[in-house]
Ligand binder design. Structure first.
Ligand SMILES: [Zn+2]
Length: 252
């Protein structure tokens, strides 16, 4: 008899990683991966592409240059940098080097819906680029703050990275917030409750949840397995692992 939820285990089904990082993260993190190492792991686990970011955009762009078909760069910008961040966003988008904006309110110390973020949001709308924003940690990156930001900018396409992350209350808030705002999509890396992936698919929307790994912070095998046992059928899992983010990013 098959164990509940593990009837369709297939670590190599086609995938696109909606959230990963290249480079070295020191301090408490102590994780690192090169572009070459990442692509080797992606090959092993059936990942066609990965959306990557790093606090130093030159690291991300170098990785994308090495593997342009596989690694897709976001511009990680700090709204606290003011005009400097705007100029950098403008420059990278004009050069068509980036596929979206990455905001990390926790890492860069600002509240997700603070006024300081507005100019970057306006530019993201103008450039028609999605905004990937970290969620799940007080006081800066809570789901309701991300929701408030999305509400202020209804034309922005906001991806709530980690969909609340490790805390049940935040995870539930991520779902409830996304239900209220149709310009929010959820990304599920590092979010421990497999049941909430199925719930998001069914109650937020079949097109509005993406699989991500947060590699190298998390192992591909662990992140893949959690989604695979979430209760969705293989056709639905293909949406979460691949089709939804492909469509969202406008990739063929
Ligand atoms: Zn991350």
């Amino acid at each position: 008899m098959a164990a509940k939820g593990v009837q369709s285990l297939d670590l190599n089904s086609p995938k696109i990683d909606a959230h990963a990082h290249v480079g070295f993260f020191g301090s408490w993190c102590g994780v690192a991966v090169t572009a070459q190492e990442m692509v080797e792991q992606m090959d092993f686990y059936g990942l066609q592409k990965a959306i990557i970011s790093y606090p130093d955009n030159e690291v991300t762009l170098a990785a994308q240059k090495e593997f342009p078909d596989r690694l897709k760069a976001l511009a990680w910008l700090n709204p606290n940098d003011g005009p400097k961040a705007l100029l950098e966003f403008e420059r990278l988008s004009e050069l068509k080097l980036i596929h979206g904006l990455k905001l990390h309110p926790l890492f860069n110390a600002y509240v997700a819906d603070d006024e300081v973020v507005y100019p970057l949001m306006e530019l993201a709308i103008e450039k028609d680029l999605p905004v990937f924003i970290h969620s799940g940690h007080p006081p800066f990156s809570l789901p309701w703050s991300v929701g408030s930001l999305a509400e202020k900018f209804p034309r922005a396409r906001v991806v709530m990275v980690h969909m609340g992350h490790g805390h049940g209350v935040y995870i539930q808030s991520a779902l409830e917030t996304a239900k209220k705002r149709d310009n929010i999509w959820l990304e599920n890396s590092g979010m421990p409750m497999h049941t909430k992936i199925q719930e998001a698919y069914q109650t937020v929307g079949a097109e509005r949840i993406f699989w991500g790994s947060d590699h190298p912070f998390h192992h591909y095998a662990v992140e893949i397995l959690r989604t695979q046992v979430c209760g969705l059928n293989p056709r639905q899992l293909a949406d979460v692992f691949h089709d939804n983010i492909q469509k969202f990013m406008g990739w063929r």
